[in-house]
Ligand binder design. Sequence first.
Ligand SMILES: NC(=O)c1ccc[n+]([C@@H]2O[C@H](COP(=O)([O-])OP(=O)(O)OC[C@H]3O[C@@H](n4cnc5c(N)ncnc54)[C@H](OP(=O)(O)O)[C@@H]3O)[C@@H](O)[C@H]2O)c1
Length: 429
Amino acid sequence: MASVDVPVALLGYGTVGAAVNRLIAEGADEIERATGHRLRVVRALVRDADKERGFAADGGVLTTDFREIVADESIAVVAEVMGGVEPTGDYVLELLRAGKPVVSANKQLLARRSADLFAAASAGGVQLRFEASVCAAIPVIKVLRESLVVTNVHRLLGIVNGTTNFILTRMEAGASYGEALAEAQRLGYAEADPTEDVSGADAAAKMAILATVAFGSRVELGDVSYEGIEGIRPEHVAGAREQDAVIRLVGAATLAGDAVDVRVGPVLVDRHHPLAAVEGAFNAVTIEGDAIREITMAGPGAGGIETASAVVADMVSVLGTTGTGFLQNDAVWRRLDRLPPGDLPCSYYVRIEVSDRPGALAHVAERFADEQVSIAQLSQHLTNGSAELDVVTHTAPAGRVEAALAAIGRLDDVRSKPEALRVISERGI
Ligand SMILES: NC(=O)c1ccc[n+]([C@@H]2O[C@H](COP(=O)([O-])OP(=O)(O)OC[C@H]3O[C@@H](n4cnc5c(N)ncnc54)[C@H](OP(=O)(O)O)[C@@H]3O)[C@@H](O)[C@H]2O)c1
């Protein structure tokens, strides 16, 4: 049987867009062998069609007119690799409503407007795929949507930001936060303005997308609470090491009954947990479900070619599963309550600086007991006149631990605000 010639289009021809065109051109024979389709980029939307490009497009492909793409009936699938929320969102909606399947690498768009986009895809009877929006080349969305459909996924833990993971692993090797950030910037892992990464905002957008897919619901960026790694100091890293743990910026999406909690923050990860082994700029996601117990996938979470490989794979999947198919049943979804933040059960690692006076330890322990938070481990370090307590709690509702910490912070014996990190451990502490 003759192979099918498939005209495709790109919105954007930057780092990722040019890499998509390159993979399609250089991998044309491979794609054809696997699918019987020969993809050809016929249009790519840009702001400046005369700019020099890393991988040149064929003459006449670059255009500054979106209408040329939406009106071209021959285009079978469009890859959105231009980024931003506007006008990108309106373009994608228009394409979907016009019956064109879209694949997107855009976490900000998906995390903010997924409900509108899914509705438009369902109404248009076409697929919307977005593997590259989270963890670049790691096929986590596909696994959640297709492979684990009857698994009842109830928790998902992710290291979904390579910049912060690089900084934290450099701090483990002895660097200060400032030194590690400067090194990340020098190596191109961090932007000149690293706020989006180090504040946890980038990871929050990715976790909103993962929670949406994992729990078959709609979770948007505003539903995700997040904090960053700016406050992590070498003392925290050393404290973690004493607990045989490492500090990682972890996104956690938890389904508790009919309520969902999604948050991002620095946590202590037990050395034996698979996420503790994720070093440098790599990403990883651990999926916990009834039938599978636990699956962890790790790999490169960014980069033009890595992201482009996921974009091309999505385009090929669209072509291989025409129409809405069973993959795009976005008409059926459930509404989940938001779990009150104080109800989430967690174990905590807490550092408390107290005066080296009799009774100080007992007062701290009493405040935990008042909130029915039991202590799993406690160690004390003395330094002239003061003592540092390292406490690991058993699992308790976050609100009760916060109440105990507030009460501890008010004790005369306590010298500074107690610092707490959630703990991820398989040892049951
Ligand atoms: N780079 C990565 O490692 C990576 C990883 C994962 C996900 N992503 C996502 O992939 C997407 C693209 O990233 P990128 O790094 O390839 O960005 P980029 O290099 O800045 O490329 C953006 C492209 O979109 C075009 N564009 C932007 N706004 C436009 C507008 N209003 N009208 C017409 N064209 C417009 C630009 O045109 P001009 O070239 O004419 O300016 C450029 O070709 C983003 O959503 C990003 O978050 C990137």
